[in-house]
Design a protein around this ligand. Sequence first.
Ligand SMILES: Cc1ncc(COP(=O)(O)O)c(C=O)c1O
Length: 366
Amino acid sequence: MVDLPKIHAPYQSDLDKAVLSVVHSGGYIGGTVVQDFEARAASYLGAPVIGVGNGTDALQIALMALDIKAGDEVIVPAFTYAASAEVIGLLGAVAVWCDVNESTFTIDPDSVKSVLSDKTAAIIAVHLYGQCADIEALENVAPDIPVVEDTAQAFGAVFTTGKYAGRNAGTVGSFGTFSFFPTKNLGALGDGGAIASTNSSLLAKAKSIASHGQSKKYHHDQLGVNSRLDPIQAAALTIKLNYLPQALNAKIQIAGQYLSAFESLNGVVLPLTASFSNHTYHQFTLRVPNGKRDGFASFMNDRGVATMIYYPIPLHKQKAYAHFEPRTSLSVSESLSNCVISIPVHEALEPSEVLAIQTTVTTYFS
Ligand SMILES: Cc1ncc(COP(=O)(O)O)c(C=O)c1O
Protein backbone atom coordinates (compact mmCIF):
# COMPACT_ATOMS: atom_id res chain seq x y z
CA MET A 1 0.00 0.00 0.00
CA VAL A 2 2.86 2.40 0.83
CA ASP A 3 6.39 2.24 -0.63
CA LEU A 4 8.47 3.93 2.07
CA PRO A 5 11.95 3.53 0.46
CA LYS A 6 10.55 5.12 -2.72
CA ILE A 7 8.89 7.93 -0.75
CA HIS A 8 12.19 8.64 1.05
CA ALA A 9 14.39 8.37 -2.06
CA PRO A 10 14.37 12.10 -3.03
CA TYR A 11 15.68 13.12 0.41
CA GLN A 12 17.30 9.89 1.61
CA SER A 13 20.74 11.49 2.07
CA ASP A 14 19.24 14.26 4.27
CA LEU A 15 17.48 11.60 6.34
CA ASP A 16 20.69 9.59 6.66
CA LYS A 17 22.64 12.68 7.77
CA ALA A 18 20.00 13.74 10.28
CA VAL A 19 19.75 10.29 11.84
CA LEU A 20 23.53 9.76 11.92
CA SER A 21 24.09 13.11 13.53
CA VAL A 22 21.91 11.97 16.48
CA VAL A 23 23.73 8.61 16.56
CA HIS A 24 27.08 10.43 16.79
CA SER A 25 25.87 13.08 19.26
CA GLY A 26 25.53 10.77 22.26
CA GLY A 27 22.22 12.53 23.13
CA TYR A 28 19.60 9.81 22.85
CA ILE A 29 16.80 11.06 25.09
CA GLY A 30 15.02 14.38 24.54
CA GLY A 31 17.26 17.35 23.83
CA THR A 32 17.31 20.04 21.19
CA VAL A 33 16.52 17.73 18.25
CA VAL A 34 13.18 16.85 19.86
CA GLN A 35 12.53 20.46 20.89
CA ASP A 36 13.31 21.63 17.37
CA PHE A 37 10.82 19.17 15.87
CA GLU A 38 8.16 20.15 18.43
CA ALA A 39 8.64 23.82 17.49
CA ARG A 40 8.43 23.09 13.75
CA ALA A 41 5.36 20.88 14.15
CA ALA A 42 3.75 23.62 16.29
CA SER A 43 4.48 26.21 13.65
CA TYR A 44 3.05 23.96 10.89
CA LEU A 45 -0.09 23.16 12.88
CA GLY A 46 -0.59 26.53 14.53
CA ALA A 47 -0.75 25.12 18.08
CA PRO A 48 1.81 24.14 20.72
CA VAL A 49 2.99 20.50 20.44
CA ILE A 50 4.77 17.99 22.65
CA GLY A 51 6.35 14.79 21.32
CA VAL A 52 5.45 11.43 22.85
CA GLY A 53 6.22 7.77 22.13
CA ASN A 54 3.34 6.96 19.75
CA GLY A 55 -0.24 7.85 18.87
CA THR A 56 -1.76 5.43 21.38
CA ASP A 57 0.22 6.96 24.25
CA ALA A 58 -0.83 10.38 23.00
CA LEU A 59 -4.50 9.42 23.38
CA GLN A 60 -3.98 7.87 26.81
CA ILE A 61 -2.03 10.86 28.10
CA ALA A 62 -4.67 13.25 26.75
CA LEU A 63 -7.41 11.35 28.60
CA MET A 64 -5.28 11.25 31.78
CA ALA A 65 -4.74 15.01 31.54
CA LEU A 66 -8.54 15.39 31.34
CA ASP A 67 -8.74 13.37 34.59
CA ILE A 68 -10.67 10.52 32.97
CA LYS A 69 -11.07 7.92 35.67
CA ALA A 70 -12.84 4.64 36.45
CA GLY A 71 -16.56 4.85 35.76
CA ASP A 72 -16.36 7.91 33.50
CA GLU A 73 -17.91 7.48 30.08
CA VAL A 74 -15.99 8.38 26.93
CA ILE A 75 -17.84 8.40 23.62
CA VAL A 76 -15.88 6.94 20.71
CA PRO A 77 -16.84 5.76 17.21
CA ALA A 78 -17.27 2.00 16.75
CA PHE A 79 -15.66 2.35 13.32
CA THR A 80 -12.00 3.29 13.93
CA TYR A 81 -8.68 1.72 14.80
CA ALA A 82 -8.69 -0.10 18.16
CA ALA A 83 -6.27 2.35 19.81
CA SER A 84 -8.98 5.04 19.92
CA ALA A 85 -11.03 2.89 22.33
CA GLU A 86 -8.30 0.81 23.96
CA VAL A 87 -7.02 3.74 26.01
CA ILE A 88 -10.50 4.28 27.50
CA GLY A 89 -10.56 0.71 28.77
CA LEU A 90 -6.98 0.96 30.07
CA LEU A 91 -8.02 3.85 32.34
CA GLY A 92 -10.96 1.86 33.72
CA ALA A 93 -13.41 4.18 31.99
CA VAL A 94 -16.35 3.04 29.88
CA ALA A 95 -16.20 3.22 26.08
CA VAL A 96 -19.61 4.33 24.83
CA TRP A 97 -19.91 3.59 21.13
CA CYS A 98 -21.37 6.00 18.65
CA ASP A 99 -21.93 5.53 14.94
CA VAL A 100 -20.27 7.27 11.99
CA ASN A 101 -21.48 9.04 8.88
CA GLU A 102 -21.83 6.59 6.00
CA SER A 103 -20.34 8.90 3.37
CA THR A 104 -17.44 10.54 5.25
CA PHE A 105 -16.72 7.67 7.70
CA THR A 106 -16.30 10.16 10.57
CA ILE A 107 -18.19 10.54 13.87
CA ASP A 108 -21.95 11.18 13.61
CA PRO A 109 -22.95 14.03 15.97
CA ASP A 110 -26.59 12.82 16.13
CA SER A 111 -25.40 9.42 17.26
CA VAL A 112 -23.21 11.12 19.90
CA LYS A 113 -26.26 13.02 21.09
CA SER A 114 -28.17 9.76 21.54
CA VAL A 115 -25.57 8.35 23.99
CA LEU A 116 -24.76 11.45 26.05
CA SER A 117 -25.31 10.94 29.78
CA ASP A 118 -24.43 12.69 33.01
CA LYS A 119 -21.36 10.45 33.15
CA THR A 120 -20.02 11.54 29.74
CA ALA A 121 -16.57 12.92 30.49
CA ALA A 122 -15.02 13.18 27.00
CA ILE A 123 -15.57 12.48 23.32
CA ILE A 124 -12.89 11.04 21.05
CA ALA A 125 -13.44 12.32 17.51
CA VAL A 126 -11.35 10.46 14.94
CA HIS A 127 -10.28 12.29 11.78
CA LEU A 128 -10.51 9.02 9.90
CA TYR A 129 -8.74 8.32 6.57
CA GLY A 130 -7.36 11.88 6.32
CA GLN A 131 -10.26 14.30 6.63
CA CYS A 132 -11.63 16.26 9.57
CA ALA A 133 -14.49 15.05 11.70
CA ASP A 134 -17.17 17.66 12.39
CA ILE A 135 -15.88 19.10 15.67
CA GLU A 136 -18.12 22.18 15.53
CA ALA A 137 -21.24 19.98 15.26
CA LEU A 138 -19.99 17.90 18.20
CA GLU A 139 -19.60 21.04 20.29
CA ASN A 140 -23.14 22.00 19.37
CA VAL A 141 -24.59 18.71 20.62
CA ALA A 142 -22.27 18.48 23.67
CA PRO A 143 -21.11 22.02 24.50
CA ASP A 144 -19.47 21.24 27.85
CA ILE A 145 -17.76 17.97 27.02
CA PRO A 146 -14.04 18.01 26.19
CA VAL A 147 -13.19 16.66 22.74
CA VAL A 148 -9.97 14.77 22.01
CA GLU A 149 -9.24 14.85 18.28
CA ASP A 150 -7.59 11.56 17.30
CA THR A 151 -5.57 12.99 14.41
CA ALA A 152 -3.40 9.88 13.88
CA GLN A 153 -4.60 9.67 10.26
CA ALA A 154 -4.93 13.34 9.39
CA PHE A 155 -1.77 15.35 10.07
CA GLY A 156 -2.13 18.32 7.71
CA ALA A 157 -5.90 18.15 7.20
CA VAL A 158 -7.62 21.52 7.51
CA PHE A 159 -11.14 22.69 8.36
CA THR A 160 -12.41 24.69 5.40
CA THR A 161 -15.67 26.26 6.60
CA GLY A 162 -17.41 27.24 9.82
CA LYS A 163 -15.97 28.39 13.10
CA TYR A 164 -12.70 26.51 12.56
CA ALA A 165 -12.10 27.41 8.90
CA GLY A 166 -8.37 27.55 8.23
CA ARG A 167 -7.41 25.66 11.40
CA ASN A 168 -5.55 22.36 11.31
CA ALA A 169 -7.10 19.09 12.43
CA GLY A 170 -5.89 18.37 15.96
CA THR A 171 -5.72 22.01 17.08
CA VAL A 172 -9.31 22.88 17.96
CA GLY A 173 -10.34 20.34 20.62
CA SER A 174 -9.08 20.16 24.20
CA PHE A 175 -6.33 17.99 22.73
CA GLY A 176 -5.25 16.76 19.32
CA THR A 177 -3.28 13.53 19.26
CA PHE A 178 -1.00 12.42 16.42
CA SER A 179 0.73 9.21 15.34
CA PHE A 180 3.95 9.17 13.35
CA PHE A 181 3.65 5.45 12.52
CA PRO A 182 5.74 5.14 9.34
CA THR A 183 2.79 4.95 6.92
CA LYS A 184 0.93 7.96 8.31
CA ASN A 185 0.73 11.33 6.49
CA LEU A 186 3.81 12.37 8.46
CA GLY A 187 5.59 9.12 9.26
CA ALA A 188 8.75 8.48 11.28
CA LEU A 189 11.26 5.66 10.77
CA GLY A 190 9.65 3.80 13.67
CA ASP A 191 7.14 4.75 16.35
CA GLY A 192 6.42 8.34 17.33
CA GLY A 193 3.54 10.53 18.39
CA ALA A 194 2.56 14.01 19.53
CA ILE A 195 -0.07 15.94 21.44
CA ALA A 196 -1.23 19.44 20.55
CA SER A 197 -3.32 21.85 22.59
CA THR A 198 -3.91 25.57 22.63
CA ASN A 199 -4.77 25.25 26.33
CA SER A 200 -1.37 25.82 27.95
CA SER A 201 -2.24 24.40 31.36
CA LEU A 202 -3.72 21.22 29.83
CA LEU A 203 -0.65 20.79 27.62
CA ALA A 204 1.69 21.34 30.59
CA LYS A 205 -0.25 18.67 32.47
CA ALA A 206 0.03 16.27 29.52
CA LYS A 207 3.77 16.98 29.33
CA SER A 208 4.19 16.16 32.99
CA ILE A 209 2.12 12.95 32.67
CA ALA A 210 4.27 11.85 29.71
CA SER A 211 7.29 12.20 32.01
CA HIS A 212 6.21 10.07 35.00
CA GLY A 213 4.01 12.88 36.32
CA GLN A 214 7.04 15.02 37.14
CA SER A 215 6.85 18.79 37.47
CA LYS A 216 10.63 18.86 37.91
CA LYS A 217 13.17 16.08 38.13
CA TYR A 218 12.34 13.59 40.92
CA HIS A 219 9.22 15.55 41.95
CA HIS A 220 6.26 13.37 40.96
CA ASP A 221 2.98 15.27 41.37
CA GLN A 222 0.65 12.81 39.66
CA LEU A 223 0.66 9.33 38.20
CA GLY A 224 2.24 9.37 34.80
CA VAL A 225 3.79 7.20 32.14
CA ASN A 226 7.09 7.13 30.29
CA SER A 227 6.39 8.26 26.76
CA ARG A 228 9.05 10.14 24.82
CA LEU A 229 9.55 11.04 21.20
CA ASP A 230 12.94 9.53 20.34
CA PRO A 231 15.49 12.07 19.00
CA ILE A 232 16.34 9.80 16.05
CA GLN A 233 12.66 9.88 15.08
CA ALA A 234 12.47 13.63 15.74
CA ALA A 235 15.46 14.21 13.43
CA ALA A 236 13.82 12.19 10.65
CA LEU A 237 10.43 13.88 11.20
CA THR A 238 12.03 17.33 10.96
CA ILE A 239 13.30 16.42 7.47
CA LYS A 240 10.02 14.81 6.44
CA LEU A 241 7.91 17.74 7.65
CA ASN A 242 9.57 19.89 4.94
CA TYR A 243 8.17 17.55 2.31
CA LEU A 244 4.72 17.16 3.82
CA PRO A 245 2.91 19.83 1.74
CA GLN A 246 4.11 18.31 -1.52
CA ALA A 247 3.34 14.78 -0.30
CA LEU A 248 -0.23 15.79 0.60
CA ASN A 249 -0.65 17.55 -2.75
CA ALA A 250 0.54 14.48 -4.63
CA LYS A 251 -1.97 12.29 -2.78
CA ILE A 252 -4.78 14.78 -3.39
CA GLN A 253 -3.95 14.79 -7.09
CA ILE A 254 -3.92 10.99 -7.36
CA ALA A 255 -7.21 10.82 -5.46
CA GLY A 256 -8.65 13.40 -7.87
CA GLN A 257 -7.66 11.19 -10.79
CA TYR A 258 -9.30 8.15 -9.18
CA LEU A 259 -12.47 10.13 -8.45
CA SER A 260 -12.90 11.22 -12.05
CA ALA A 261 -11.98 7.81 -13.47
CA PHE A 262 -14.45 5.98 -11.21
CA GLU A 263 -17.25 8.55 -11.31
CA SER A 264 -19.61 6.65 -13.56
CA LEU A 265 -18.87 3.11 -12.39
CA ASN A 266 -21.71 1.00 -11.01
CA GLY A 267 -21.35 -1.16 -7.91
CA VAL A 268 -18.82 1.02 -6.14
CA VAL A 269 -19.33 4.09 -3.94
CA LEU A 270 -16.61 6.74 -3.91
CA PRO A 271 -15.28 8.54 -0.81
CA LEU A 272 -16.91 11.89 -0.09
CA THR A 273 -15.09 14.95 1.20
CA ALA A 274 -17.12 16.68 3.90
CA SER A 275 -18.22 20.26 3.18
CA PHE A 276 -16.23 21.57 6.17
CA SER A 277 -12.86 19.86 5.52
CA ASN A 278 -10.22 19.20 2.92
CA HIS A 279 -9.11 15.59 2.43
CA THR A 280 -5.49 14.52 2.79
CA TYR A 281 -6.23 10.95 1.64
CA HIS A 282 -4.34 9.05 4.27
CA GLN A 283 -6.54 6.37 2.71
CA PHE A 284 -8.58 6.28 -0.48
CA THR A 285 -11.46 4.12 0.62
CA LEU A 286 -14.14 2.72 -1.65
CA ARG A 287 -17.37 1.04 -0.64
CA VAL A 288 -18.20 -2.16 -2.47
CA PRO A 289 -21.56 -3.26 -1.08
CA ASN A 290 -23.78 -6.32 -1.53
CA GLY A 291 -21.17 -8.91 -0.62
CA LYS A 292 -19.01 -8.07 -3.63
CA ARG A 293 -15.98 -6.69 -1.74
CA ASP A 294 -14.04 -9.94 -1.38
CA GLY A 295 -14.39 -10.73 -5.08
CA PHE A 296 -13.06 -7.27 -5.91
CA ALA A 297 -10.12 -7.71 -3.47
CA SER A 298 -9.18 -11.04 -5.10
CA PHE A 299 -9.43 -9.51 -8.58
CA MET A 300 -7.07 -6.68 -7.55
CA ASN A 301 -4.70 -9.08 -5.76
CA ASP A 302 -4.53 -11.41 -8.78
CA ARG A 303 -3.43 -8.42 -10.88
CA GLY A 304 -0.76 -7.30 -8.42
CA VAL A 305 -2.65 -4.37 -6.88
CA ALA A 306 -2.62 -4.12 -3.08
CA THR A 307 -5.83 -3.44 -1.18
CA MET A 308 -6.52 -3.22 2.55
CA ILE A 309 -9.63 -3.32 4.68
CA TYR A 310 -9.62 -0.67 7.41
CA TYR A 311 -11.47 -2.04 9.43
CA PRO A 312 -13.09 -5.44 8.97
CA ILE A 313 -14.68 -5.68 12.45
CA PRO A 314 -16.34 -2.75 14.25
CA LEU A 315 -14.96 -2.30 17.75
CA HIS A 316 -18.16 -3.24 19.60
CA LYS A 317 -17.88 -6.70 17.98
CA GLN A 318 -14.29 -7.21 19.14
CA LYS A 319 -13.73 -9.68 21.99
CA ALA A 320 -11.60 -7.20 23.96
CA TYR A 321 -14.46 -4.68 24.07
CA ALA A 322 -17.43 -7.03 24.47
CA HIS A 323 -18.07 -5.65 27.99
CA PHE A 324 -18.83 -2.21 26.49
CA GLU A 325 -22.35 -2.90 25.33
CA PRO A 326 -23.82 -0.76 22.54
CA ARG A 327 -26.41 1.82 23.65
CA THR A 328 -27.40 3.04 20.23
CA SER A 329 -27.64 1.72 16.69
CA LEU A 330 -24.21 1.09 15.16
CA SER A 331 -25.64 -0.08 11.86
CA VAL A 332 -23.45 2.22 9.73
CA SER A 333 -20.26 0.98 11.43
CA GLU A 334 -21.44 -2.59 10.90
CA SER A 335 -22.27 -2.13 7.24
CA LEU A 336 -19.03 -0.18 6.53
CA SER A 337 -16.97 -3.00 8.02
CA ASN A 338 -18.51 -5.28 5.41
CA CYS A 339 -17.95 -3.06 2.38
CA VAL A 340 -14.94 -0.70 2.78
CA ILE A 341 -11.76 -1.35 0.86
CA SER A 342 -8.76 0.97 0.41
CA ILE A 343 -6.54 1.17 -2.66
CA PRO A 344 -2.98 2.59 -2.83
CA VAL A 345 -2.70 6.40 -2.79
CA HIS A 346 0.85 7.21 -1.62
CA GLU A 347 2.86 10.16 -2.92
CA ALA A 348 5.54 8.10 -4.70
CA LEU A 349 3.14 6.27 -7.01
CA GLU A 350 4.30 6.75 -10.62
CA PRO A 351 1.72 7.99 -13.14
CA SER A 352 1.95 4.56 -14.81
CA GLU A 353 1.18 2.84 -11.50
CA VAL A 354 -1.79 5.14 -10.86
CA LEU A 355 -3.07 4.34 -14.34
CA ALA A 356 -2.62 0.61 -13.80
CA ILE A 357 -4.54 0.74 -10.50
CA GLN A 358 -7.24 2.88 -12.10
CA THR A 359 -7.58 0.53 -15.07
CA THR A 360 -7.79 -2.54 -12.83
CA VAL A 361 -10.60 -0.98 -10.78
CA THR A 362 -12.42 0.24 -13.89
CA THR A 363 -12.12 -3.15 -15.60
CA TYR A 364 -13.65 -4.91 -12.59
CA PHE A 365 -16.66 -2.63 -12.32
CA SER A 366 -17.28 -2.41 -16.04
C1 LIG B 1 -7.11 6.34 14.31
C2 LIG B 1 -5.85 5.91 15.01
N1 LIG B 1 -5.71 6.21 16.31
C3 LIG B 1 -4.60 5.87 17.00
C4 LIG B 1 -3.57 5.19 16.39
C5 LIG B 1 -2.40 4.76 17.21
O1 LIG B 1 -1.18 5.26 16.78
P1 LIG B 1 0.17 4.47 17.09
O2 LIG B 1 0.23 3.28 16.20
O3 LIG B 1 1.24 5.48 16.80
O4 LIG B 1 0.15 4.10 18.55
C6 LIG B 1 -3.66 4.88 15.02
C7 LIG B 1 -2.54 4.23 14.35
O5 LIG B 1 -2.53 3.27 13.71
C8 LIG B 1 -4.85 5.23 14.32
O6 LIG B 1 -5.00 4.96 13.03
